[in-house]
Design a protein around this ligand. Structure first.
Ligand code: ADP
Length: 687
């Protein structure tokens, strides 16, 4: 069942269409069966467009055809001719509807349709109109010729022109009014605030607008009266064109469509009664044709101008809305950056501070401002050596490295020294700038250092009693071996073995704790070191004995290694830890296989890789294993303190490098770290 609203619309359009048919039939062009104007074509187009999504669409088409038939009949066209004309009208409208839906997919009623408001919609309307009226012009005049035997190209052209003008002008107006009456929520995308802003900027005050409207109305009447009635002999059509242009550029599409409908009707009626510049044309059919073409051209120019203006206005509204949104977001971001406790600076490739927040100024000194450089603020390594330009976090970030939690000392304006944890990353939108974040870790580190120092002392002091425990356990074991074997001696031997294992584990832990303290605190003495020889020493020490006395001796594959500038003792410890892990974390009874290679990563830096074919690192643990006491294989047969990689990280970072763990593509794990190359300039000491 069709909805009540649809039926109401059908009834209203039927009445309107009947009136339009009668109006068109009332004023026939002299000696023909063709109406001077054919408003029914436009009304019919709007009718079918409005109802095309209704289930009762067939009813509308049938009714339209019937009214056309009856309208022609009552105006004495004869049954067969009336039927032919009605058929021509229906066919041309159906073709129009079909082409319009395709050439202008966002047609009225479709989802996302924003109204007849783009120049593109006008071209769609014109294409559909020409297609529909073109077919109508083939059928209609041919039917007329069949009855009176007089077919002429001019009458076919008149059919085409009057139907085109009627469909374009009335449909444009109908679509605009239909859109206004629709007001579906959510379809209008323009924000009200933006509208108001545009109004303020683009539209005059309302009273001035009403005044302009009145002046335009009076001028239109004057121009048409002058052109089509008073000054009959002069071709003053440019006068009437200018009022259409005025309406279009100042009052928008709906008004222009209405203006064109009224003035176009006036032009055709004046011409019909012998007024205006076209009255000089002798043939009534040719005269009607010229008048229709003139109205059509005026309508297209006016609508194109008005739609262009509407489009520009919409774009301006959208731009203002976007500007406001961007400004609001920028305001929010800057408020967040200002309120942050961490310091944030943006630095360009020359090291100049482009932007800084209050926390950065507090941490680095109040004079952090544009045009100062980060080097001006005397960033130091935690051991007091200055951070060279190439090792500056922003330089590393600009070179494509992700800097995370790099420690640095700073002494802002001669005040107390502060320890900062620095992270830096290249700005994704700009290769030539890096954002650097400073987190003040002074208090946190002081606390941790105290704990570590305490642990170091305790560890050191525990060594002596532990040595005593081990020695006495060994003595007991030896003494027990001399006794005859019994159940009691067996139990005692087992207990002593447990004491010895526990003592060994404890010694390992103490050694790691002490190594950790050394890696953190011992003064750094970088010197050129032959990396290959240190690796070979480590390999020889591990290769001599199968690890833990049961497995197989590891295989080492050592490539050409570049010399580095590093503290020899710490470098040895770093390699020892990594090689030790690579051997330790192997499937039991499988022979460990290590590959050590190096490359010159960028000027002044060597990248070293130690890859193994062991059990690999569990997913998601690649970063966490560098934390203190973090173990990824705690449940397996592998013993350890979880401090080895934390020591490695500390050693690499004290040399200004970075370390990370990856999966070895051939299976196993791969540790990659960077160290300054032997030919890199030696950093100066400050104290
Ligand atoms: P641990 O004393 O436990 O060996 P580390 O700090 O040296 O402590 O290593 C931390 C964790 O990282 C280890 O417990 C282990 O799970 C993992 N790991 C380290 N090296 C390797 C490796 N070569 N292969 C697989 N896992 C490793």
């Amino acid at each position: 069942m069709p909805s009540r609203a649809a039926l109401r619309r059908t009834a209203a359009f039927a009445v309107l269409y009947a009136a339009a048919v009668l109006a068109g039939r009332m004023d026939l062009i002299g000696g023909t069966e063709l109406g001077l104007m054919w408003p029914a074509a436009g009304v019919g187009a709007v009718w079918l467009l409005a109802q095309r999504h209704e289930r009762s669409g067939w009813l509308d088409v049938t009714l339209l055809g019937a009214i056309s038939l009856v309208g022609n009949l009552v105006t004495e066209a004869g049954l067969q001719l009336s039927a032919a004309l009605a058929a021509a009208n229906v066919v041309q409208l159906l073709i129009f509807l079909y082409v319009f839906a395709r050439s202008c997919p966002l047609a009225w009623g479709a989802p996302g349709w924003g109204g007849f408001e783009r120049v593109q919609h006008l071209w769609g309307l014109l294409a559909a109109t020409l297609a529909g009226a073109g077919v109508g012009a083939l059928i209609g005049p041919a039917a007329l010729a069949a009855f009176d035997g007089r077919w002429s190209a001019v009458s076919a052209a008149v059919w085409l022109a009057r139907n085109c003008v009627s469909i374009v002008v009335i449909t444009a107006l109908g679509l605009r009014l239909g859109r206004l009456s629709e007001r579906r929520p959510g379809v209008l995308t323009r924000p009200t605030t933006a509208r108001q802003a545009v109004r303020e900027r683009l539209v005059r005050a309302p009273d001035r607008r009403i005044a302009e409207f009145c002046v335009l109305a009076v001028t239109s009447v004057a121009a048409y009266t002058a052109t089509f009635w008073i000054v009959r002999d002069l071709p003053l059509t440019f006068l009437v064109m200018s009022v259409t242009v005025w309406a279009a550029v100042r009052f928008g599409t709906t008004f222009t469509a209405l203006h064109t409908l009224i003035t176009g009707t006036a032009a055709v009626v004046f011409t019909a009664y012998g007024g205006g510049p076209f009255a000089a044309v002798d043939s009534p059919v040719a005269r009607a044709l010229v008048a229709q073409v003139f109205v059509g051209m005026t309508a297209v120019i006016g609508l194109a101008l008005a739609l262009g203006r509407d489009e520009r206005e919409t774009l301006a509204e959208q731009r203002i809305a976007a500007e406001k949104e961007i400004a609001a977001q920028a305001g929010m971001l800057s408020a967040i950056v200002e309120a942050m406790h961490d310091g944030l600076v943006v630095i360009d490739a020359d090291g100049r501070v482009v932007m800084s927040n209050p926390a950065a100024r507090r941490l680095l000194g109040a004079d952090v401002a544009a045009s100062t450089t980060l080097e001006d603020h005397g960033l130091l390594h935690p051991d007091g050596t200055p951070i060279g330009r190439q090792q500056m976090p922003y330089m590393l970030a600009l070179a494509g490295h992700e800097v995370r939690d790099m420690d640095a000392l700073v002494c802002p304006g001669g005040r107390e020294e502060r320890l900062l944890s620095i992270s830096a990353t290249r700005l994704p939108t700009c290769d030539r700038a890096a954002v650097v974040v400073f987190h003040d870790v002074t208090a946190e580190r002081r606390h941790r250092d105290e704990l570590t120092a305490f642990a170091g002392i305790v560890a050191h002091d525990l060594r002596n009693p532990l040595t005593t425990v081990s020695a006495w356990a060994q003595l007991l074991a030896d003494a027990l071996q001399a006794e005859p074997a019994s159940e009691v001696t067996g139990e005692l031997a087992d207990g002593i073995a447990r004491i010895q294992r526990a003592a060994t584990q404890m010694r390992e832990l103490i050694d790691d704790l002490l190594a950790h303290a050394t890696a953190r605190d011992a003064p750094l003495t970088p010197e050129p070191v032959d990396l290959a020889s240190v690796v070979r020493e480590g390999a020889a020490a591990r290769g001599d004995l199968p690890h833990d006395g049961t497995g197989q001796a590891p295989v080492f594959d050592i490539g050409e290694l570049d010399a580095v500038r590093a503290d020899r003792a710490l470098l040895r410890q770093l390699l020892d830890n990594l090689i030790g892990n690579a051997i330790k974390y192997t499937v039991p009874d499988r022979r460990p296989h290590l590959t050590v290679t190096s490359t010159r990563e960028r000027p002044g830096w060597v990248r070293v890789e130690i890859a193994d074919r062991g059990i690999g690192i569990p997913p998601g643990q690649h970063e966490a294993i560098f934390e203190n006491f973090r173990r990824a294989h705690a449940s397996g047969p592998y013993t350890g303190s979880g401090l080895g990689l934390a020591i490695c990280k500390r050693i690499v970072e004290r040399h200004g490098g970075t370390i990370r763990a990856e999966d070895n593509p051939g299976g196993g794990a791969r540790f990659v770290f960077t160290l300054p190359s032997a030919d890199a300039p030696a950093p100066g000491r400050t104290g």
